[in-house]
Design a protein around this ligand. Structure first.
Ligand SMILES: Cc1ncc(C[n+]2csc(CCOP(=O)(O)OP(=O)(O)O)c2C)c(N)n1
Ligand SMILES: [Mg+2]
Length: 321
């Protein structure tokens, strides 16, 4: 489906929601109000959100430890995401999962995952089920550049390709795995090349350009939906935020590099596109920002007013009944 004005505005709203939500989460963790750890994806909003928006009813996603943006992209509600951050029983995992494990099967999110590459097996399994049941759906499997060095990546790519499974491996190459630059962890420049050895199609896209992300992911998803087998997308992007809330010094990269990527901010770029193409006016964008700020305040209030999970429920979800 082509990118209508309505869809573009929706995409922008989700990207702003994700940015403001993550800035707030960062502050709450830094202030010791939220505890545990968290991985923000500031700078990667277009890459995650526009890709999710290229899906249709019944499609699924699997996410990584950096999973907040995908949750917004797939349409999960802000207040239930925030309540999970606060560890409250109204959260999407009843307060027992926390920042890295946000899920909502009803909305198509099969879960974030604290294990690097952990989503690959789940996504490939879900795609096998779709093929077996002859469903007309696809799985969009998010992973990072670092995860493509894991054994499971290669096993999943191999099985998905020989069985022609309806899965899109969506690699967000943000240049680093914690402090390890991608060019030092692999001997190729484009991760997309890895698809070749599985006889799989691949594309590379500019992950900071929401319109391109949407259009190219949509075409890839369509190709996979038509039964042509899996595809790999390499989305080239950058995380402006540190790796996790503990990554405060960031001695592995210099300020100039961050500045250069800040100039390619996906939200600013989408704003410019919308204004230039008469998708929205400055006033409309301002109004969206104000509405989202209000919604975020309500989500925090909702979370603060929610109850802690009961101690008796601690082990309740460990095994399925
Ligand atoms: C199997 C496993 N190994 C190591 C870790 C520790 N770890 C957490 S995130 C991360 C880096 C992942 O990098 P990448 O896949 O590029 O994702 P990004 O953090 O850049 O989004 C590592 C090594 C882990 N959680 N799981
Ligand atoms: Mg990475």
């Amino acid at each position: 489906m082509s990118l209508t004005n309505e869809k573009t505005i929706n995409m922008y709203t989700k990207m702003i929601t994700a940015r403001l939500m993550e800035e707030m989460i960062g502050q709450l963790f830094a202030g010791g109000i939220l505890y545990g750890t968290t991985h923000l994806g500031i700078g990667q909003e277009a890459s995650a959100i526009a890709a999710c928006m290229a899906l249709q009813e019944g499609d699924k996603i699997t996410l990584t430890h950096r999973n907040h943006l995908g949750c917004i992209g797939i349409g999960m509600e802000l207040k239930y995401i925030m309540a999970e951050m606060f560890g409250k029983e109204t959260g999407v995992c009843s307060g027992l999962g926390g920042s890295m494990h946000l899920l909502d099967p009803d909305k198509g999110n099969l879960g974030g995952n604290g294990i690097v590459g952990g989503g690959l097996g789940i996504a490939t399994g879900a795609a096998l089920k779709m093929k077996y049941k002859r469903e007309n759906n696809v799985v969009l499997c998010f992973l990072g550049d670092g995860a493509t060095n894991e054994g499971l990546f290669h096993e999943a790519m191999n099985l998905a390709s020989i069985w022609k499974l309806p899965v899109v491996f969506y690699v967000e190459n943000n240049g680093y795995a914690v402090s390890m630059p991608t060019e030092r962890s692999m001997n190729i420049h484009d991760i997309a090349k890895r698809a070749e050895s599985y006889g799989m199609r691949s594309i590379i896209l500019d992950g900071n350009n929401a319109v391109d992300v949407y259009n190219l992911t949509f075409s890839a998803v369509q190709y996979v939906r038509e039964g042509n087998g899996p595809m790999l997308i390499e989305s080239k992007t950058y995380r402006i935020s540190g790796h996790s809330k503990n990554d405060t010094e960031q001695r592995y990269r210099d300020a100039h590099e961050i500045e250069q990527w800040n100039a390619k901010c996906p939200i600013k770029r989408l704003e410019e596109y919308m204004l230039k193409n008469n998708v929205a006016t400055k006033e409309m964008l301002k109004k969206i920002n104000a509405q989202v700020t209000e919604e975020l305040k309500e989500a925090i209030l909702f979370s603060q007013n929610s109850l802690e999970p009961a101690v008796e429920d601690l082990q309740r979800y460990v095994y399925a009944k």
